[in-house]
Each structure stands twice: as C-alpha cells, then as structure tokens.
Design a protein around this ligand. Structure first.
Ligand SMILES: *Cc1c(COP(=O)(O)O)cnc(C)c1O
Length: 426
C-alpha cells in the first residue's frame, strides 16, 4: 500500500502542531513510520488520504462501538446543530441522557457531564477527596486515567511506596499523594494501606485494563478490592471510560459483579463526540457544586451536540443490548482465528480478551500486569503492526493498547483479518 499523501500531510502538520498530532499515541512512535491520515470512515472501514481502505480495530479508541458514521448518531447531531451549538444554559437533553445513563447503570443516582475522560477521572478523584477529607489515592501501575497531574505517575523499579513523576511538569508535591500498587496484586494494596492508614481517599482502577493491552482482573483481586475499600472506608473508583457501555449496559461493574462507589465514563457515552462523565449515589454526588462545596465546572459541559450523540448511542445500546453479546462473539471468533494462526508461527504470544476488548502480546508469560505486559517483544509487534497495516488492517499502533471491536465488523472482515495474519512473516 502507498501512504504518500498521509506522509506529506504529516510532514506539513509537524510544522504547526508539536509532533504533528494532537494526542501522542497517534504519531506511531512505538511502531515507527508515519501515521495514516483519515479522510472518512463508514461502518467498520477507514478510508485514508491515499485511497486505501482499512478494517478498523480502534473505533476512535473505543467510542464507535456501532461503527463509524452510525446513522442515528449522525442524524441526531445534524438535527441538533441546526438549533444552535452551545448556550451556556441548561437544556432538556442533558437530563434525558442523565436519566438514561442512570437507568442503565444500576448503582448510580446522579451523573455530571464533562468533556473528556481525563476531566471525568480528575473530577471523580477531587470528589472522593472532598467527600472523605483525605488526600492520598491509590492507582495501579499501567492504568491510564487521563493526563491530569495526579495520574501521570508510574512505578519506579522494585517495590514502590511513593510515586515519582514520570512526566516533567508534574510536581513532587502532587506525586507524593499518588500511591502505586500492582494490578492483580491485592497484597500490594494492603501494604500501601498499612503504611498510610487513614490517609487514603480512594482507589482508582480500570476494572478491566485496556491501557497496557487488555488485562482481565482475577476474581479474588477485584472482589478483594471492594472488600478492602468497604472495611477501610476508602472509596472505590472504577474508571469505566473504556469499559462503560462497552462490556454491557452496566459496564465492567455488571460484567464482574462488583459495585464501585464512583464511576468515570467517556468514549462510548459520547458516541464519538467529546463527552466524559462521573457518577455515584445521591449522597456522594451531593458534595458537588452547586449542591455541595467540591468545585467542578465547564463552559461546554453538557454541550447539546455531544449530548445528542450520546443520547442516540445509549438509546441504541439500551434497546439492542444483544449487541454486547454479538460483539463478544465476534471478538471470540477473532481470538480463536488468531490463536490457530499464531500457534503455527515461531513467536511466543499471549492473547488477552474480555467482551469486545482484545490484545496480542509477543511474550511467553501470561500478561497480568504492567510488568508482564512490558515484557512483550516490541520488534515483533512492529512487524506485526506494519504487516497487518499493509494488508489493510488497522490495529492500535502500540502494544500497550487494547483493540476495540465495533459491531459493523462482519465475520468476513474478521476472517479477512485472520487471513492477513496467516500471510504475515513474524
Ligand atoms: C481514554 C481513557 C481516559 C482518558 O479519556 P480522554 O477522553 O482521552 O481524556 C481515561 N481513562 C481510561 C481508562 C481511558 O481509556
């Protein structure tokens, strides 16, 4: 395939936008080469600026669970736009989307809309701190909760008690309030609580992780977290920005059978427009301004176009909840196909899957946390990524990302993808 126009557009973009992109993972740093510029997309396919058609496995990193340019969503946005795009005053559609979201997720009473997953997680943690009157939070190495300062903390080597900033610009003062635990390791959480008893406001986690590849929490770990939080009066925050309205109507909470205290949403809830949200029961949410003292605001929060897209998306998912099963079956088909191909190739591999999230890691040990995910062979991943791209399949350009299936993918698309892998030299 040729990517001449994409490469030229990327060169031009780099003159005016740092690194040529508005979000770093788009730049292909992990896999090398120039990013693909999209011209349009429909259903399961991306059409790039060079006229190539690609089968898409990122779905805009999750939101487009029913495929690109999904008509009910597009129509809703167009109709809404004709009536004005922003008012800075309340609109009825905000309540409609709130009411629907609250009805789909069993243990929340109220929800506040923001503009991104980053804002949702940042605000959820502020609310947890305001509610509990405590400063520290526990996060897990390899989990991503957006780019706000408290979350840009990664494990140093060995056992970690205090986080150290891994991005310049995050102060030590901020970093010291973020404690790092290991995913799927309950003891690492117990140790942190022991050393910081009475100081921890919340534990925030991706209930099914998608930012170190797809990693499934083991049963004892995720249920154990719930128990520990209840015993220690720590709030459990599920960052369901990726999993919410993707793993089922009730998200990962429903799929895993665990209730969190505060939920963060993004991606699917905006149907492809910029929406994030956080939610909890009425008692916790009553601490939020203007009802309570914890401040949080946004000029474009609850924007009518974004609400229209979100409402159209959630309405579809609510009415057709068999779509979650259909997606899980398609993902299983891809998993089995990849498995049958990869076992005849000479590279070690692991495939992790949950619902419509899946990832391939080129390593021989099970991938259960950041450390085991980081052991994947990146040279093999690069060959795999570029080989698949050349055969018309667009996978996430980093081994640390989950694939997101969309329901416009047909079994023929999946088989074409599996056949592409078969033809690949790894
Ligand atoms: C994408 C993501 C975020 C950040 O959302 P943005 O809309 O990119 O700010 C937060 N948490 C998780 C789990 C995510 O996948």
């Amino acid at each position: 395939m040729l990517y001449k126009r994409s490469s030229a557009l990327f060169a031009e973009a780099q003159n005016y936008i740092p690194g040529g992109v508005n979000s770093p993972v788009r730049a292909f740093k992990a896999v090398g080469g120039d990013p693909i510029f999209v011209k349009s997309a429909k259903g399961a396919y991306l059409h790039d600026e060079d006229g190539n058609r690609l089968i898409d496995y990122i779905a805009s990193w999750g939101p487009l669970i029913l495929g690109h340019a999904y008509e009910p969503v597009i129509d809703a946005v167009i109709e809404k736009a004709k009536k004005g795009t922003s008012f800075g005053m309340p609109t009825e559609i905000e309540t409609e989307l709130a009411k629907l979201a609250v009805s789909m997720v069993p243990n929340i009473d109220k929800i506040r809309f923001v503009n991104s997953g980053t804002e949702a997680c940042m605000s959820a943690v502020r609310l947890a701190r305001g509610y509990t009157g405590k400063d520290k939070i526990i996060k897990f190495a390899g989990c991503y909760h957006g780019h706000s300062d408290s979350f840009l903390i990664q494990a140093g080597s060995g056992a970690v008690t205090f986080g150290s900033p891994n991005s310049p610009g995050v102060t030590q003062g901020t970093a010291k309030d973020t404690l790092l635990a290991k995913y799927n390791d309950l003891q690492s959480v117990r140790d942190l609580i022991e050393a910081n008893r009475g100081e921890i406001a919340c534990i925030i986690i991706e209930p099914v992780a998608g930012n170190m590849g797809c990693i499934v929490p083991n049963h004892a770990f995720i249920h154990g977290l719930r128990d520990i939080c209840s015993e220690e009066e720590i709030l459990l925050v599920f960052d369901e920005v990726m999993t919410g309205f993707r793993l089922g109507k009730g998200g990962a909470q429903e799929a895993l059978g665990v209730d969190a205290d505060i939920l963060c949403f993004g991606k699917v809830i905006g149907g492809g427009l910029p929406v994030g949200a956080f939610a909890a029961n009425s008692e916790i949410m009553a601490h939020l301004a203007p009802e309570g003292p914890v401040y949080q605001a946004g000029t474009l929060s609850g924007n009518p176009l974004a609400m229209a897209a979100g409402l159209a998306m959630l309405t579809e998912l609510n009415e057709r909840h068999e779509v979650f099963d259909s997606l899980a079956k398609k993902t299983e088909h891809l998993h089995k196909g990849f498995e049958s191909v990869l076992k005849h190739k000479s590279v070690p591999y692991q495939i992790n899957r949950f619902g419509s999230m899946i990832s391939v890691h080129f390593t021989d040990a099970p991938v259960i946390d950041f450390e085991t995910s980081a052991k994947g062979n990146n040279e093999t991943f690069k060959n795999y990524f570029h080989g698949m791209l050349d055969k018309g399949v667009y996978l996430p350009p980093s081994a640390f990302e989950s694939y997101f299936l969309n329901d416009a993918l047909t079994y023929d698309d999946l088989d074409e993808t599996i056949a592409a892998l078969e033809r690949l030299e790894l």
